[in-house]
Design a protein around this ligand. Structure first.
Ligand code: ADP
Ligand code: MG
Length: 259
């Protein structure tokens, strides 16, 4: 029997749920349909994100790249469930999150997304271990299990030996590794990094990019937001953004250099 596919926006609630289940079965972690974010400034409408369709599969390593003002941060905030779209649908790990209320969104965010920011965003007065424990505290994990999992996450970024240090007793690269351990400790569906090397010198930045490559090889799904082509080139796919739209979607071939 032939069926006519109706636009996704017109699907019933049941059809939307079925779509989510199908995306999950197919291993599609992120799927946006005609996603928009419009800001009103006086009598002007600014379409920071205008009609974006993106599909990212489990285990991919994708960079979202574009010049300043192209809508990267706005898109990252939508993907990271920090903000809700003006229009369109967003499925994260099979769940339709675009129409969720703030509290439900916060719960999903803590469970599904590990954030890494340019400026690390660590608690200054807490040890590395305690910083990494935080997402588990929010998730209600009991203390002994929390400490064990935080230790493991710090071990995964080679920082177990510094776990009792506070951020100001660590180098920039070590701070970012603590932030990456914190992002990973909840076993999120995606690691979402916004200009993660922006505050680091280039040698330290390269170490962090090498760590992302290793985490990718270990099966993590990584979405990297950057304006720098050199950084984006570390990913295995680059989604080019301009004026709030996807301009180009490019697979990156990684040729092994002879050593
Ligand atoms: N809260 C806001 N209110 C109004 N306009 C905004 C807001 N946030 C971003 N914009 C505008 O949306 C566009 C995209 O911004 P942004 O997502 O920050 O781009 P990028 O991260 O690529 O530099 C820009 O024109 C910016 O001025
Ligand atoms: Mg930005």
């Amino acid at each position: 029997m032939a069926t006519t596919a109706s636009p996704i926006q017109e699907l019933s609630q049941q059809e939307r749920d079925e779509r989510g289940a199908q995306l999950k079965r197919e291993g599609i972690v992120i799927r946006t349909y005609d996603l928009w974010k419009t800001y009103i400034m006086g009598d002007q409408e600014i379409h920071a994100v205008s009609g974006v369709d993106i599909e990212i599969r489990r285990g991919e390593y994708v960079a979202i790249m574009g010049p300043s003002g192209s809508g990267k941060s706005t898109l990252m905030n939508l993907i990271g469930c920090l903000d809700t779209p003006t229009k369109g649908l967003y499925y994260l790990n099979g769940k339709l999150v675009s129409d969720m209320e703030d509290d439900e969104l916060a719960r999903i965010r803590n469970k599904e997304i590990g954030f890494v920011f340019q400026t690390f965003n660590l608690l200054a007065r807490a040890t590395a271990l305690h910083n990494v424990e935080l997402p588990l505290i929010y998730a209600g994990v009991p203390s002994s299990e929390r400490i064990e999992r935080a230790r493991q996450a710090l071990r995964a970024v080679d920082l177990e030996g510094r776990m009792h240090h506070k951020p100001n007793e660590l180098s920039g690269g070590q701070r970012q590794r603590v932030a990456i351990a914190r992002a990973l400790v909840n076993n999120p569906s995606i690691l979402l990094a916004d200009e993660p090397t922006g505050a680091l010198d280039s040698a330290t930045g390269n170490e962090i990019m090498a760590l992302f490559e290793r985490l990718y090889k270990e099966g993590n799904t990584i979405v990297l937001v950057t304006h720098e082509p050199d950084i984006a080139a570390h990913a295995h796919r680059i989604i080019h953004i301009r004026d709030g739209k996807v301009e180009r979607d490019e697979a990156v071939a990684h040729v092994k250099r002879p050593s």
